[in-house]
Design a protein around this ligand. Structure first.
Ligand SMILES: Cc1cc2nc3c(=O)[nH]c(=O)nc-3n(C[C@H](O)[C@H](O)[C@H](O)COP(=O)(O)O)c2cc1C
Length: 199
């Protein structure tokens, strides 16, 4: 996928009255949807106002009633796709832990949907900054990613290693351009996936 990336030229919450914010309709367990997502220029979608993963995160929020937390770096990534590739590659190679804005208290939740774009078979390093701030013991983590061909790749295993003590459920991969431009198709994928998780 390194090659692919190198040549690329380029809540609202719908929950019923009996559930409180952050509480799942299905289980009454507290649900967090934490995600990294970058707007601006990206492969296959051009300049976008809202990142692909954020669109999926919001759909998960609508379906579960979960709270959303956007993992954002204090220093933004370049808007230009190729410049972003350069910065992200250096971070990956150095296992950087970019400083992030704010936080969500993972410890208060039972189920954490963890979302990210696939960047060379891994999550952006800022996702690890977030993970390493928290105690994941006993949590249920459900990964989801957007991508342009790599799917979840080896991301699930890497994140499982990082979220020590958490139980991981089956993740979802949605192509970025589908998330961005084919909302109904993406929403159906999210629905079918969550229904099968039996939360
Ligand atoms: C730095 C960088 C590296 C990427 N590497 C890959 C990759 O290895 N495989 C892939 O399928 N897509 C790759 N992509 C495409 C993104 O995974 C895809 O556009 C994703 O939907 C972006 O999500 P976002 O808009 O939420 O940030 C890469 C994009 C960027 C910016």
């Amino acid at each position: 996928m390194m090659m692919l990336a190198a040549i690329m030229p380029l809540a609202s919450f719908a929950h019923n009255q009996s559930t409180k914010k952050g509480e799942s309709n299905m289980t009454n367990k507290k649900v967090l949807v934490a995600f990294f997502s970058r707007a601006d220029e990206n492969y296959n979608v051009g300049y976008i106002e809202k990142g692909n993963t954020q669109i999926i995160a919001e759909m998960i929020g609508e379906k579960t009633g979960g709270d959303l937390f956007h993992i954002e770096t204090v220093t933004p990534y370049p808007a230009d796709y190729m410049k972003c590739i350069d910065v992200a590659k250096k971070e990956l190679n150095s296992k950087a832990r970019p400083v992030i804005k704010g936080d969500a208290n993972v410890e208060d939740y039972d189920i954490i949907f963890l979302g990210y774009p696939n960047w060379w078979g891994d999550a952006p390093m800022a996702v690890y900054t977030f993970i390493e701030k928290h105690n994941w013991q006993g949590k249920t983590v459900i990964p989801f990613c957007t991508h342009e061909g790599s799917g979840l790749g080896s991301t699930e295993g890497k994140l499982k290693n990082a979220c020590k003590g958490a139980t991981f459920l089956k993740g979802l991969a949605v192509q970025g351009v589908t998330a961005q431009d084919r909302h109904e198709q993406a929403r159906l994928s999210v629905k079918n996936w969550i229904d099968k998780l039996n939360l």
